[in-house]
Design a protein around this ligand. Structure first.
Ligand SMILES: NC(=O)c1ccc[n+]([C@@H]2O[C@H](COP(=O)([O-])OP(=O)(O)OC[C@H]3O[C@@H](n4cnc5c(N)ncnc54)[C@H](OP(=O)(O)O)[C@@H]3O)[C@@H](O)[C@H]2O)c1
Length: 280
């Protein structure tokens, strides 16, 4: 798989999963527009790593909640690259900007979630389309469980915003199919070296143990590189016939039935086995 001669824009690639995607695409030869919001130093760091792969690119700042700033971002892409082959919508605002249960959430927080995902995607894809080469690729990074379930109450706004973006993916897939441009969603499971690392230590430890117990059948969290690999696959020429799909990149987490205890499903590691595998 090679992306030599291709140009990619990845929103939120200053850090976390976005950085993992930027590094994988640049390792395969793509030039990368590294987008950030406030963390210019982190974006520069990603760009240095892109250059260390022998590729190149530039950094670009924008608040994805603001359509005028999204348009300015694409103008910069046009002037630097002249065109685009891959657009990945990955940025997500910080949790305190939207994290509130349904009975209490302010309309401002609701709007932030929707503006940063569904509206940002609507505006960005319409800006990207004239720049994209025929056969280009659009990828939306989502978190599908947030839209599917209802138990993680403070996630309501982001869950609904991501679900709306996933729906837009299907509509844009049809709208752009005539040009051979594919539009897909990738839904990572929980990922290391991402927003997770900014959460309380007890949350991180609990979450890792939960996945290692069997709620992720591969018994680990994902990495930004895992998601970079998934994006690279869906952006490859061989994926030209796959469009409008939601792809779960989660080590099997979405396959586990929450109605049954893990031990009934043969998945629970006993405490002893768990301790042994940690020692090994
Ligand atoms: N982490 C997970 O386990 C996980 C699981 C499933 C799905 N996802 C999805 O994967 C994506 C990346 O998650 P992550 O955890 O890697 O993110 P992260 O580490 O929290 O990084 C967020 C990125 O978004 C940018 N950003 C924040 N507010 C912005 C705004 N208003 N406008 C434009 N950009 C903004 C940040 O830029 P600055 O660095 O400049 O602040 C940063 O690049 C998200 O869409 C998320 O929903 C994550």
């Amino acid at each position: 798989m090679s992306f030599q001669g291709k140009c990619a824009l990845i929103t939120g690639s200053s850090r976390g999963i976005g950085r993992g995607i930027a590094l994988k695409l640049s390792e395969k030869g793509a030039r990368v527009a590294v987008h950030y919001f406030r963390n210019e130093a982190a974006a520069q760091h990603t760009l240095e790593k892109v250059r260390a792969h022998g590729s190149d690119g530039f950094i670009v700042q924008a608040d994805v909640c603001r359509p005028d700033e999204i348009r300015r971002m694409f103008q910069q892409v046009r002037s630097e690259f002249g065109g685009l082959d891959i657009f990945v919508s990955n940025a997500r605002t910080e949790a305190p900007t939207f994290y509130e249960p349904p009975m209490e959430i302010s309309l401002e927080k609701w709007d932030t979630a929707v503006d940063s995902q569904a509206k940002a995607f609507l505006v960005a894809v319409r800006e990207a389309a004239p720049l994209l080469s025929d056969g280009g690729r659009i990828v939306a990074i989502t978190f599908a469980p947030g839209g599917r379930f209802g138990s993680w109450q403070p996630w309501v706004a982001m869950g609904a915003a991501k679900a709306a973006m996933e729906s837009l993916v299907r509509y844009f897939a049809v709208a752009l199919a005539g040009r051979g441009i594919t539009v897909n969603s990738i839904s990572p499971g929980w990922v290391e070296d991402s927003v997770l690392n900014s959460l309380p230590e007890a949350f991180q430890t609990g979450l890792r143990e939960w996945q290692e117990r069997g709620w992720t059948p591969m018994r680990r969290l994902g990495t930004p590189a895992d998601i970079g690999n998934a994006v690279a696959l869906i952006c490859s020429p061989e994926a030209a016939w796959i469009t409008g799909q939601l792809i779960e990149a989660d080590g099997g987490a979405s396959l586990v039935d929450a109605h049954l205890p893990l031990e009934f499903q043969g998945l629970e590691k006993t405490q002893e086995k768990h301790a042994k595998s940690k020692e090994a």
